[in-house]
Design a protein around this ligand. Structure first.
Ligand SMILES: C[S@@+](CC[C@H](N)C(=O)[O-])C[C@H]1O[C@@H](n2cnc3c(N)ncnc32)[C@H](O)[C@@H]1O
Length: 204
């Protein structure tokens, strides 16, 4: 499906290199600032924009059941091959509509929705459209965990500098309350050296 999904520009062309680079990322290092919001008990988690499945695999290894949503065929197929797990279901779908996920999850909600390094690929209208759909995936008391990238945009990518304030407003319009906000440098050295920082947000 990847060809026409806005936000995926650059990922199709660079898939082979990204698969190599992302597969070695450590879940613990990347998510340290929000790790205490990942449930200890086996939970249902949806990872939207799952990339090459590094997070999905780590979450499955912790005992969670993961729906990993990724629109770029090359990334999703590589992820499926790299991380064979009965606890992960791979799905071809995309923001802002999440049509397949919503059709599928009519009777299922999730304990955690993860949007890691994805939201800034959407423009303002797409973010407005996406937030109610994302929020509808959460069970009562469920947690939405997001990261927003700030800094130079890699060549060929479609990316916007999304403010935490806007994201907090969109989430609060859906009844989601901010429980964590912090800014961190990138864990990837090349990105850190070029000034990339991240805002981590958790809502419930
Ligand atoms: C920077 S990568 C992050 C991947 C993964 N979440 C991680 O942190 O390793 C961004 C991912 O978002 C996906 N993406 C881009 N636009 C998207 C959209 N409109 N809907 C869903 N995913 C999208 C890309 O294909 C890519 O896999």
């Amino acid at each position: 499906m990847s060809a026409n999904v806005s936000g995926t520009e650059g990922y199709v062309e660079q898939a082979a290199a990204l698969i190599e680079r992302w597969r070695t990322l450590s879940f613990g290092d990347r998510h340290r600032p929000i790790l205490d919001w990942i449930p200890q008990a086996p939970s249902r988690i949806v990872d939207i924009g799952a990339g090459v499945g590094t997070d999905a695999a780590a979450l499955a290894a912790m005992g969670h059941t993961v729906l990993a949503v990724e629109p770029v065929d090359a990334l999703r197929n590589a992820a499926r091959e790299l991380h064979a797990s009965t606890r992960i279901e791979w799905l071809d779908d995309s923001l802002p509509d999440l049509a397949v996920v919503l059709a599928k999850s009519k009777r299922i909600t999730f304990d955690v929705v993860m949007l890691t390094a994805v939201w800034m690929h959407l423009d303002a209208r797409q973010r407005e459209r996406a937030m109610p759909r994302v929020a509808s995936l959460l069970r009562d008391g469920g947690v939405l965990i997001m990261s927003l990238r700030h800094g130079p945009v890699p060549a060929g990518r479609r990316m916007f500098d999304v403010t935490p304030d806007e994201t907090i407003r969109l989430a609060s319009e859906q009844g989601l309350r901010l429980v964590r906000e912090l800014r961190t440098p990138s864990v990837q050295k090349a990105n850190r050296d070029s000034g990339v920082t991240w805002t981590r947000l958790v809502f419930r």
